[in-house]
Design a protein around this ligand. Sequence first.
Ligand code: MRU
Length: 364
Amino acid sequence: MEDIRKELDKLEQYLKIKPLYWDFDKNEFLWIDTRLLPWKEVYRNTKDFRRVAQAIKEMEIRGAPAIGVSAAYGLSMALKYSNATKPKDLLNYAKEAYNVLASTRPTAYNLFWALNRIWNIILKSSEKEDVEFMKEEALKEAHKIYIEDIKNNVEMGKHGSKVIENNSRIITHCNTGALATAGFGTALGVIRYAFYEGKNIHVYADETRPLLQGARLTIWELKKEGIPSTLVVDGASGLLFNKNMADLAIVGADRITLTGHVANKIGTFNLALAANYHNKPFYVAAPTSTVQPTENPNDIVIEERSPSEVVNIMGQLAIAVEGTNAFNPAFDITPPELIHGIITEKGIVKKPYLNNFKAIIYNY
Ligand code: MRU
């Protein structure tokens, strides 16, 4: 664990906002409850994997990479605090925890990617027939996933910042910042990196109906760091491009296929259409852990959430009469032809996405 703690110390410089982490003294997992932002900054903590699953399901923790990292800690915590004394019993318990965690949010591909990584380590380590070894290996892997996520975000920042010229005005959607990852952020990480490099930039943050991740979380992050920003309603992007008030768009992703189809927060597709109509670049930033190894965009599962989120603002204020029908898909799919480039930790992937993703992910 010493080398892991040293690695973590080196990454502290990128963690001005620390959304989730492992407490090495108390051996528990902590996260900031994003439902309460920007009104209150409250950290939650647990040693119980079911509580982690609940936090993901109820969106205290949200954003695909943050969901993945938290699920990895959740599964390794299930092992750590299990009373099983035989590897077989521990494996059975781990499978149960895997299923509970996997059933929380269906679109975020990082969730399944991270759970499978931990699961494979558990299986491999079980060959030694030593439950303590299995527990240690699983937690070590969760730390690795956490560290990799932060490092990947910084790498994405380095690559992605090249597409942001000085004096750029950038539209972004939802929250893809520190609060959506282990730290630093994906699309917002790219923006953050460009700002740290001294570029003069201005960010237009879509409010992101219905749960207002843009208004509540993105603006909170940008203001905390003094990055110039303006909040707009989701429908403003057409006007912003048309009036030459914005130069490009950068968004994150919940799931990407090898063909370059991008599932991201509902409204992303509309933003891509508005950017393309005006010949403005539309970029996606996501780690390769968001890429599902499929060539079939129909494999993307779109989460449908409660209609009440559309009819009521943050559960507080009804904005339509009782009995109103509402449809609440949480994500949409932007086709590859509308995407200028996909910024990953390994570089910027361009069309044709299928060949280029295969080349960077599988080296062929
Ligand atoms: O429903 P959410 O808030 O989990 O949706 C998050 C997004 O759509 C993000 O853009 C995506 O997960 C990328 S986060 C780095």
